[in-house]
Write a new protein. Sequence first.
Length: 198
Amino acid sequence: MQKTEVAEPKVEISNSDVVSSETTPESYARTGEANPKPPTINTPEGPKFSALSISSIRAKRELQESSKGIAKEEVHLPTEAFNETDMLLFWNKYALRLGDKGHKIMESLLKISDPKLEGTTIIHELPNAGSKIDFETELNGLLGYLRGHLHNHDISITIVVNEAIEKKFAFTALDKFNRLNEINPNLELLKKTFDLDI
């Protein structure tokens, strides 16, 4: 019986076919090959998963199913009732606080007219669109202050442009007292109780 030898095919390897263990994005750019590393998916809950591995897809699915069982805790923000007098008191305190910090323009915009309260919406009138733009820069700070001090997170502020507004100036002590008495009517009671002269 004659043995026939099967010749094994000869494989030639060129330098361009060899991929070293230290491949970098630059080396892929030089050879024109695509990056063989599969893309990964980052999840905020846990580890990274390969997008192409079946076991990774299964692990990702299990993680999503386990996170469905975790109920998110609902946060109930306070919504206590308040009246216009309370709102005006904290509105003016915030204006004074801004004035003490040197924000005189914002202080004057807050004091230019008394805001009106309709439910939990505060309506504030300003004389022009420019003052409205300036006021909106401080709107979030004012809302946070009022919501915190009045214990009601349903409060919102609506700005109305009314060009007929004239700034009310208080020149005398009586004018100042009357202005403060409009904000807090308890001042009249205080004046009578202690028999104060203005």
